[in-house]
Design a protein around this ligand. Structure first.
Ligand code: XUL
Ligand code: MN
Length: 344
């Protein structure tokens, strides 16, 4: 197996202000140019964007103005040897997205969501990337009877088709999450996301982004979710992080809650030679609220360091010994081999 090099990416929201639902910001906002400087310092190549990270106030601009601003952003990135990895339409903060965009019960809000998503495609194209990430944040319910799941599922297919129709080359990576901010999401797992893509007008252009914490929140093993998507050639990005059980979405440092689980995720990425596909390794991690502003990038550096150490652990794993144990069905010996390798 060739030992391919990974490319790393980060989003501006990963350098947050430390606010939580119970308290205000504890650090100053990080100016966008500083986000780029941090990415360069860490040796990252890619920037992940929400549409309005790339083009602030895009709701107040014409389509031509949006494209011009996105082109200027592309140049700014290129000057720093960075590229845009993806653009995600941020539907969940706008008043029209209050009850979900594509599955809203309000036809005007559904139209707004599709229009905004098409603008996000324009932004992506002008940034020089062809990938739209769809996190269907509020496409679900707090009160189950408030929406019809059959109708919602059809509306999600319509939305995916509208986005695919906005450009012949755009690709969509769906990022499922089972809950938060909604109680129950319509697209909670990778299986749902892939099934949605399969029902679209062009399944070849619909894949997935897997976030470790989201899989754990769905009660699933992120490495198995990744394996399922990789086998289908559909893993187009990852948001590596960690999650300590069924709580709020924690976005912990990769490996912080379950180092063996992190090893298993790296193992499956290595097994499928994910790096050779050119897809990025993104870290969707948040600095702790207690962190002082001057060291509020440590969570990114640590996640990357843990990832790279685990790549080494995977590449030095005694595969032949493991294979003998597997052939003997001696899984207790295999268990010990894995644990000692991780401890060693
Ligand atoms: C939310 C989440 C988002 C997406 C991008 O939990 O992970 O930040 O990754 O919209
Ligand atoms: Mn994410």
């Amino acid at each position: 197996m060739p030992e391919s090099q990974y490319r790393f990416s980060v989003g501006p929201w990963n350098l947050g202000r430390g606010a939580d639902p119970f308290g205000p910001p504890v650090r100053p906002a990080v100016p966008f140019d500083d986000v780029l400087a941090v990415a360069v310092d860490l040796g990252f190549d890619g920037i992940q964007f929400h549409d309005d990270d790339a083009v602030p106030d895009l709701e107040d601009l014409s389509p031509a103005q949006i494209v011009a601003k996105a082109e200027a952003m592309r140049k700014k990135l290129a000057d720093m040897n960075l590229v845009a990895e993806f653009v995600a339409p941020r539907l969940w903060e706008h008043p029209h997205g209050i009850d979900g965009g594509y599955t809203s019960n309000d036809a005007a809000c559904r139209k707004w969501a599709i229009d905004r998503s098409k603008r996000a495609v324009d932004v992506a194209m002008a940034l020089g990337c062809d990938l739209i990430v769809l996190w269907p944040a509020r496409e679900g319910t707090g009160v189950r009877e408030s929406k019809c799941p059959v109708e919602a599922s059809r509306r999600l297919v319509d939305a995916v088709n509208a986005i695919l129709g906005a450009s012949p080359t755009v690709r969509i990576a769906i990022e499922p999450k089972p809950n938060e901010p909604v109680d129950t999401a319509f697209i909670p797992t990778i299986g749902h996301a892939l099934a949605l893509g399969a029902r679209s007008a062009d399944p070849a252009r619909v894949g997935v982004l897997i976030e470790s914490a989201h899989a754990i929140l769905a009660g699933l093993d992120p490495s198995d979710e990744m394996g399922f998507a990789l086998a289908a050639g559909k893993l187009w990005s990852v948001h590596l992080n960690d999650q300590n059980g069924l709580k709020y979405d924690q976005d912990k440092v990769f490996g912080a809650a379950n180092l063996r689980g992190a090893f298993d995720q790296v193992r499956v990425l290595e097994a499928a030679d994910y790096a050779a596909t050119g897809a990025f390794v993104g870290f969707d991690v948040k600095a702790q609220r207690t962190q002082k502003a001057e060291s509020a990038t440590a969570h990114l550096a640590t996640s990357q360091a843990v990832f790279l150490k685990l790549v080494e652990k995977v590449r030095t794993f005694p595969v032949n010994t493991a294979d003998e144990m597997i052939a003997q069905r001696d899984y207790e010996a295999l268990e010990r081999l894995v644990l000692e390798h991780l401890l060693g």
